[in-house]
Design a protein around this ligand. Structure first.
Ligand code: SF4
Ligand code: SF4
Length: 176
């Protein structure tokens, strides 16, 4: 029997819809051989594409969170599969289920507090100057008064609430 999510929706059906493009995969492996993240992490994008839309277990697979969204694989796929877009849709389903890696939750929290997923530091300020940029980017770093507006936007779309949501385990299966 298919697992159902809290809203009574059919989880596997949602995953199937999100993964529609992946069913064209011929398992050639070009995506994996093009994947820079896979050289440094456990990510095997070919295998993820293989199970996308076929099992709810993909939500507890931490490889889902190892993709840097560089789009190398998507550009090279001979079947023109929207690999990254499929992954992002599955991640969204996962987050709505309260399953996310703790590191990603922290990055989201940073966005909520600072208006940036990766706040600037002194080393990056120096690098910016070295390559001829202004010390601070045209964001809330430079226009601090804009931070309240960013926070309002984040609140208005329920992002904070979504990020706080926890299923009881993180994407590595650890208790939260
Ligand atoms: S490159 Fe495309 S067709 Fe080949 S394994 Fe990857 S997703 Fe499948
Ligand atoms: S988009 Fe993700 S899966 Fe594709 S090559 Fe880049 S890191 Fe790998």
């Amino acid at each position: 029997m298919e697992e159902k999510d809290a809203d009574g929706n059919r989880l596997l059906e949602n995953l199937r819809d999100a993964s529609a493009g992946a069913f064209k995969c011929i398992q050639c492996g070009i995506c994996s051989s093009s994947c820079p993240s896979g050289r440094h992490t456990n990510l095997n994008i070919r295998k993820l594409v293989k199970i996308a839309g076929r099992t709810t277990e993909i939500l507890s697979n931490e490889e889902l969170w190892m993709c840097t969204t560089c789009y190398n694989c998507q550009e090279r796929c001979p079947r023109n599969i929207d690999i990254v877009d499929v992954l992002l849709k599955i991640r969204a389903i996962s987050v709505h289920k309260g399953i996310i890696l703790p590191e990603h939750r922290e990055v989201c929290q940073m966005l909520i507090e600072k208006g940036h997923a990766v706040p600037i530091n002194d080393a990056n300020k120096e690098k910016r100057i070295e390559i001829g940029l202004e010390e601070l980017p045209e964001t809330v770093h430079k226009y601090e008064e804009g931070l309240e507006e960013v926070k309002k936007l984040i609140n208005s779309c329920g992002f904070e609430e979504l990020i706080q949501k926890k299923e009881g385990t993180d994407a590595r299966g650890a208790k939260t």
